[in-house]
Design a protein around this ligand. Structure first.
Ligand code: NAD
Length: 513
């Protein structure tokens, strides 16, 4: 990806295997968060553009849905090989538009690749059941068939991995895709589209529609789109769920989070402190599985906060592109995604301070290794946070870790369960019995035991509870396969001349015998 620093690139849609500019309602700036430079101008789809991209997917749906499993599998493997061999290129694109450091971008791609690898086994996952002689002379078999056109709407924080939670399964199962990426970091989607073409995917099977609410609404309401997979903030997830359901689609809409990490008194405090720093400040806290609340059960608070603070002060904040810090060491943490988001997160720090929380490490003072106009904010550690404070009640989505102190295990669990979100949580302890109890007691979808970011492997499913998920189907794993297919059950009677059924008229409801 080359561009002149003074000439932002135009970033446009991808339909039918080619770039499509269409007739945009406007152009939105794409920035490099480490420099503040505008690097791209993104076409925002009009209704007509959305209709054109959806029509491309609809035209390709029948042919791809009837393509043999063998051929589909070959394309999946080709895509996997290409992505694996060129992942550095994609990581650079992610860092340049999102801001996360290169190694973190590589981690994101690795987790997306896992889903591609899982989807390479789709032939096995789509096998149906067969019952011979279910009734006299009657056999029954079941199968899963593709839906047709599926829509995927993704957030800024994982421009490659989150789309890859869905599209490998959707495509391997025989669907065609319209992906609407975040307008903040849209280039990864176009790169992936070109890679699919190189892997031999027929034109029209994977399409990219760029834009804002107009593009989203077109997907939610189009009669040609059969399902919506959404990931983003809770208010938009709820809107997407309601609107798309009203238009007859199946919907999985994953929302926001406020993930608590509970540290029990017998925990390994060095492991807990390392984990809190990694999970609190990795990707500048812009992860739906980030730890944003650390619940310290008495008496570990003082010791734990000191260990976390020591580690936090060593973090290098800077431009995450390889070699960009001018140092041997890569930055640990990059900038925030936009200036507006940096300012919003910074204002949460002001709010926490005003509310009386103790600022142990203040990210507002950061000295970052990067452009002067970069969207910098350093890691911030609050102690003595209480559940009535805004920094506790809101999803901050930045590098701000709040420590809440409680007196007992029961108080810790009550805090986790009182939260309206239920995405992820973790317990740190060396007591197997306590961990087992925690696993049973918490009302959360993904739980870590001495694992701070318990993102399930691709063959399990990813999803939260409560206001972290609208709809009942989680992403990837067998739930993902189920989401992107619908069932058919076929009941068959072949006439065997040696054993002909009696026939005759019988208007009663058919019974099996
Ligand atoms: P967002 O909700 O602002 O945007 C998500 C998508 O919705 C984008 O494609 C955006 O263009 C679109 N969108 C935004 N406003 C819209 C509107 N008014 N109408 C229709 N569409 C609209 O989210 P974000 O800021 O890109 O991402 C961060 C959020 O995503 C956080 O809340 C985070 O917790 C959440 N997230 C959740 C998960 C999960 O698995 N639960 C994973 C990643 C991110």
């Amino acid at each position: 990806m080359t561009h002149s620093p003074t000439e932002p690139r135009q970033i446009v849609h991808w339909a039918d295997g080619a770039a499509l500019t269409g007739s945009p309602t406007g152009w939105s700036d794409v920035t490099n968060p480490a420099t503040g430079e505008v690097t791209g101008r993104l076409a925002l789809a009009s209704d007509a553009d959305a209709a054109e991209v959806i029509a491309a997917a609809a035209r390709a749906a029948e042919g791809w849905g009837r393509t043999s499993l063998a051929r589909r599998t070959q394309v999946m493997f080709a895509f996997r090989e290409l992505l694996n061999s060129r992942k550095d290129e994609l990581a650079e694109i992610i860092t340049a538009e999102h801001g996360k450091v290169h190694s973190d971008a590589m981690g994101e791609i690795a987790r997306g690749l896992e889903v591609v690898e899982f989807a390479c086994g789709m032939s096995h996952l789509l096998k149906g059941g067969h019952s011979e002689e279910a009734s006299t002379g009657v056999d029954v078999h079941s199968k899963r068939v593709p839906l047709g056109v599926v829509g995927i709407i993704s957030p800024f924080n994982f421009p490659a991995m989150v789309p890859m939670w869905f599209f490998p399964l959707a495509i391997a199962a025989g669907n065609t895709v319209v992906l609407k990426p975040s307008e903040k970091d849209p280039s990864a989607a176009n790169w992936l589209a070109a890679l699919w073409q190189e892997a031999g995917l027929p034109d029209g099977v994977f399409n990219v529609l760029h834009g804002d609410k107009t593009a989203v609404d077109a997907l939610l309401t189009s009669p040609d789109v059969q399902s919506i997979s959404f990931v983003g903030s809770t208010p938009i997830a709820e809107y997407v769920y309601e609107t798309a359901s009203r238009h007859g689609k199946r919907v999985q809409a994953l929302g926001g989070a406020k993930n608590h990490m509970v540290v029990l008194p017998d925990a390994d405090l060095d492991l807990a402190a390392d984990s809190a720093v990694n999970a609190g400040y990795g990707s500048a806290g812009e992860r739906c599985m980030a730890i944003s609340v650390l619940v310290a059960v008495d008496p570990v608070g003082d010791d734990l906060v000191a260990r976390i603070a020591d580690r936090t002060r060593t973090l290098l904040v800077g431009d995450g592109a390889p070699g960009a810090t001018g140092d041997e060491k890569e930055a640990d943490m990059g900038p925030l995604v936009t200036r507006a988001h940096r300012d919003k997160v910074s204002s949460f720090i002001d709010s926490g301070e005003r509310a009386g929380a103790k600022v142990v490490v203040d990210g507002r003072d950061v000295q970052a290794r990067g452009g002067q106009e970069g969207f910098w904010l350093g890691p911030t550690l609050f102690d003595d946070v209480t559940p009535d404070m805004e920094i506790y009640t809101e999803e901050i989505f930045g590098p701000v870790l709040s420590v809440v102190r409680v007196g007992s295990y029961e108080e810790a669990v009550a805090l986790v369960n009182a939260n309206p979100y239920g995405n992820g949580t973790a317990v740190f302890t060396n007591d197997g019995g306590a961990a087992r109890r925690f696993e049973a007691d918490v009302q959360v979808g993904m739980i870590g035991v001495n694992v701070p970011v318990p993102v399930p492997v691709a063959y399990y499913s990813f999803g939260g509870w409560k206001r972290s998920l609208f709809g009942d189907t989680h992403a990837h794993g067998t739930e993902g396969v189920h989401f992107f297919t619908r069932g058919k059950v076929v009941t068959t009677r072949w006439i065997d001349p040696a054993n002909r059924p009696a026939g005759g008229l019988e208007l009663g409801f058919p019974r099996n015998d």
